[in-house]
Every structure is written in structure tokens, then in C-alpha cells.
Design a protein around this ligand. Structure first.
Ligand SMILES: [Mn+2]
Length: 325
């Protein structure tokens, strides 16, 4: 599964080497894997080729400032650039490339393949995170690494694997991490404060979810979150996507989902997690998708929320049926 694809890494390196303007983009609503990967790759390219213009673009998120700063540039001023797309399989979810003129794409992503195909394409579901893929690329090519780059990658891996608890974690994940830790002396304990410190209001939000979640007899947990509750606690809608990961390993739950209403875009956003049933195919039926055990969906009609919940419940029931065979 993990034969290192040196030839692919050579092609990626060659393409990077041949461009002077390089723009690195990732998905909207970024997480530490998306931003960490982007910043790590930008800084690695800059270390390797100090004279290139390399930009990590997309809207910043103040919560993730510790990962480093993004580049605010007017992409329309760039001629003939190389676009590197990270951690996202479909054009519609790439942040900030609408007005960018680019002639080639490198894609690096661990989501199931969708419409983005790179001229050089490194797409695989076998990695915990895009950061794990970037780490492998840098460690096996002429691209350079330093402690900063290694730290960004470490945080991306730790975050997307939920500290190696998610089912996307492999021996390879640990192999990559041990190299980052050993060769670049990462002070990993201090990074956990950045990744995991939270406000007491977030604890209260988790308590609200715990108090109000419905659990079906098939092991589906769900909650349509009231925006007033989020506002009362001084949080924003991204709080749901943080809290969702805290509900793993609950005996009564195989799959759980939170629904929030995005007033600005008039759409319901659904976060889905699982520790058994594969959920991304159901999510794909509701303008979503993602990983086998961590997906999301976007719903515009309220009736479809019930349908999605029913579909997920059925998935749990089928899963239980198989488990009991
Ligand atoms: Mn990711």
C-alpha cells in the first residue's frame, strides 16, 4: 500500500521547480490539516527556492493563527502560475482561485477523487491527512524541511487523525510522525496547548449537545443545533464542527451528526462522524461527501434533514445487522 512513489515525487518537484509564481490553495472552511499543509508546503518551497513567489491563499481563520500567516494577494496580478490544490477534491470548494490564471495544477489530497485532476496528481485515501502526504513528499524529494515546516505538518496530522484515534491512522502515519519528531526536534507537548486549549463556553456547548442529542435504538445520535444556543455562548457555527469530534467512543453511538443553520447562505450544514458505518456515500446524496468515517452535507430544504437522518439510521441498522451475523 505504501510503496513510496519516488517517480511521482520527482514529477511534483520538477513542476514546482519550473514555475516562478506558485499559488497554494485549499478548501473553504479550512481546518488545521488544510492550513497546516498549505503553510508547510509554501515554506518548504521557499526554503528550497528562495527566489520564487509562493503564496498560500484563502480566507484566514483567527482560531488557527498559530499555524502561521496566509498571504493576502491580488491573484489577478499573477501571470502564468502553478496552482497547487491541497486537501480538497472538487473545484467548487477551493477557496480563492476564481480569478487566478494558472496553467498547470498539482493536486495533493486524501479525500475520495472528485472533479479536480492534477497535471501531476497525488490523490490517495490511504493517508490520515494531507499533511502526512506533504511530509512524505518533502522527506522523499529535494524539497527542504525545517522545524517550522515539520511543526505545521505535525499539527495537520495530529488534528486530522484526532490524535491518532481516527480510523484513517496507519503505521505509516506513525512512521512519518516519528521522523518529524526525531529529525526536527519538535516540541510537541507545547503544540497541544495550541491545538486543544478551549474556552469554558465550548465545554458548555458540549454539555448542551450531550443534554439534547437524540439517540436512536440503532445507535445514531443527532441534534439540530439551535443558533440561539450558539450565540448565547458567544460561539459561531464552526463550534459544531469542533464539538463533533468529542463524541467518539460513546458506547450507545455508532454514528452521530449535528445540523446547524447557516443564515447567511440559507443552508443547513451537517457534520457527520462514524466509528463503524461508512457515511460518505449517504452524505454525497445530500450535496456533501468526505471521508468514510467523517463527512459533511449541505441541505437547503428542511424536509431533507429528516431524510438524511433516516438514511443514516438505516446505515446504522444495516451495520448492526452485519455485526450480529
Ligand atoms: Mn484533511
Amino acid at each position: 500500500m505504501f510503496a513510496i512513489n519516488k517517480d511521482l515525487f520527482k514529477q511534483i518537484y520538477k513542476l514546482i521547480k519550473s514555475y516562478n509564481n506558485i499559488v497554494i490553495a485549499r478548501h473553504i472552511g479550512p481546518d488545521p490539516d488544510a492550513i497546516g499543509s498549505q503553510i508547510a508546503l509554501r515554506d518548504s518551497i521557499k526554503l528550497t527556492f528562495p527566489n520564487k513567489n509562493v503564496y498560500a491563499i484563502g480566507a484566514g481563520v483567527s482560531r488557527f493563527k498559530y499555524l502561521g500567516s496566509l498571504d493576502k494577494i491580488d491573484v489577478t496580478t499573477l501571470e502564468d502560475s502553478l496552482l497547487i490544490v491541497l486537501d480538497v477534491p472538487n473545484f467548487i470548494r477551493v477557496d480563492g482561485i476564481e480569478d487566478l490564471k494558472y496553467s498547470k495544477i498539482i493536486k495533493i489530497d486524501h479525500h475520495p477523487k472528485e472533479d479536480i485532476v492534477g497535471d501531476v496528481d497525488f490523490t490517495s485515501n490511504n493517508y490520515s491527512s494531507t499533511a502526512e502526504m506533504i511530509a512524505e513528499l518533502i522527506l522523499n524529494s529535494k524539497l527542504m524541511m525545517d522545524t517550522n515546516v515539520a511543526e505545521s505538518l505535525f499539527m495537520g496530522i495530529v488534528s486530522d487523525s484526532e490524535r491518532f484515534l481516527f480510523r484513517n491512522t496507519t503505521v505509516h502515519t506513525f512512521e512519518i510522525v516519528i521522523r518529524l519528531l526525531k529529525d526536527y526536534q519538535i516540541d510537541f507537548l507545547s503544540l497541544y496547548d495550541k491545538l486543544y486549549e478551549k474556552g469554558f463556553n465550548e465545554c458548555k456547548f458540549e454539555a448542551y449537545i450531550t443534554d439534547n442529542m437524540t439517540i436512536t435504538e440503532n445507535g445514531l445520535g443527532y441534534l439540530i443545533i439551535d443558533n440561539n444556543e450558539i450565540e448565547k455562548l458567544g460561539l459561531d457555527s464552526s463550534a459544531a464542527s469542533v464539538a463533533i469530534n468529542k463524541f467518539n467512543f460513546i458506547r450507545e453511538l455508532y454514528c452521530w451528526c449535528f445540523v446547524t443553520y447557516d443564515e447567511r447562505n440559507e443552508i443547513y450544514k451537517v457534520n457527520i462522524r462514524s466509528r463503524g458505518p461508512v457515511v460518505n456515500e449517504v452524505a454525497a446524496n445530500y450535496h456533501g461527501g468526505g471521508h468514510a468515517y467523517a463527512s459533511g452535507a449541505r441541505i437547503s430544504k428542511k424536509d431533507d434533514i429528516d431524510k438524511l437522518i433516516n438514511d443514516l439510521d438505516k446505515l446504522c441498522s444495516d451495520y448492526l445487522g452485519k455485526e450480529n451475523e
